[in-house]
Design a protein around this ligand. Structure first.
Ligand SMILES: Nc1ncnc2c1ncn2[C@@H]1O[C@H](COP(=O)(O)OP(=O)(O)O)[C@@H](O)[C@H]1O
Ligand SMILES: Cc1ncc(COP(=O)(O)OP(=O)(O)O)c(N)n1
Length: 292
């Protein structure tokens, strides 16, 4: 798929010296339980050798049983975080997680535009359209979904919906692998450069085969399906591993393949925590090594 090699590499401001790693920014919510959101993103960036930075959008009260409350950060503070790190440190690739309101989305997009992050800038923007927790607790206001679709999607280099988000945004109910293509085409019509449809929510399928689509060609991303309930943070780990690979200069197809390998291993090494759903292990690369 030659057209998939056209992904811009983020430039931002170059690191101050040759020893500085590439940088990646997550614009996302916090998870007090440490499994999902910006916590998963930062661990993934670290595991992938990238300096991680944050623009916090919301604070969730969350544990392995679910989300019981959420406080939104004022949109202007979210935008100020983006501008602060981008103008000083530089961003080689960025990703979004929870963007709780239309006002937040508008402020983030304006800040990204000013900093050259997103579709027409040179820095790739990965948009994970997080709409709800796994238990269905909403992570955005009613007005945010339309703003995501109409304003944010056209500015994204890549969008990474799961099948619940596909249904919310397109009305398409994906029941098996053969329908991923139809979903990808419908999502691509909203304007992003690339679409990645995640297939974790097809429990009857013996494999987890995701689909990358650039508007013309599709690439399937095969992977094993592990028998575990502990998949909290899988979507965040996948999107942030892709973002880290983009920050390191990988073209899109390669970045998504690296991300898929990373998330598959993370699910394989997932661990139980609390009395609910445990996290995927975003630090599987280092967890077997001694710190002594
Ligand atoms: N049980 C599993 N075994 C292996 N990979 C999985 C499993 N569940 C999800 N994945 C993978 O994790 C990534 C996130 O998928 P998904 O669960 O659909 O998204 P989200 O976490 O956003 O709901 C995808 O690459 C998916 O294929
Ligand atoms: C703060 C915060 N951000 C994102 C999520 C959703 O996590 P994700 O990995 O996309 O999906 P699930 O693990 O919830 O299926 C969250 N819960 N909290």
């Amino acid at each position: 798929m030659s057209s998939m090699d056209s992904t811009p590499t983020g430039t931002g401001i170059r690191p101050a010296n040759d020893t500085a790693p590439p940088t990646a920014l997550t614009i996302a919510g916090s998870d007090s339980g440490g499994s999902a959101g910006m916590h998963a993103d930062l661990r993934t960036f670290f595991s992938c050798g990238v300096h991680g930075m944050t623009a916090v959008t919301a604070v969730t009260v969350q544990n392995t049983l679910g989300v019981s409350d959420m406080v939104e950060i004022p949109p202007e503070t979210v935008a100020a975080q983006v501008e602060s790190v981008a103008s000083d440190i530089g961003v080689h690739a960025a990703k979004t997680g929870v963007l709780p309101s239309a006002a937040c989305i508008e402020a983030v997009l304006a800040a990204c535009d000013r900093q050259g992050i997103g579709r027409d800038g040179r820095t790739p923007l990965v948009l994970d359209p997080v709409a709800a927790s796994r238990n269905g607790e909403p992570l955005l206001r009613a007005d945010a979904l339309a703003a995501l679709r109409d304003e944010a999607f056209p500015r994204a280099t890549l969008v990474t919906p799961n099948l619940d988000e596909v249904r919310l945004l397109t009305g398409i109910e994906v029941r098996d692998r053969d329908q991923l293509w139809e979903a990808a085409k419908a999502m691509h019509d909203f304007g992003p450069e690339y679409v990645l449809i995640k297939s974790g929510h097809l429990p009857e399928d013996p494999e987890c085969v995701d689909l990358l689509f650039d508007g013309r060609e599709a690439v399937t991303l095969p992977g094993p399906r592990y028998s575990t309930v502990h998949t909290h943070g899988a979507g965040d780990a996948f999107a942030s591993a892709i973002t880290a690979a983009l920050a390191r200069g990988a073209p899109m197809e390669r970045a998504v393949r690296l991300g898929k390998r990373f998330v598959s291993r993370s699910v394989r090494h997932a661990y139980p925590l609390g009395s609910g759903v445990g996290p995927v292990s975003t630090f599987w690369r280092i967890s077997s090594r001694s710190i002594q």
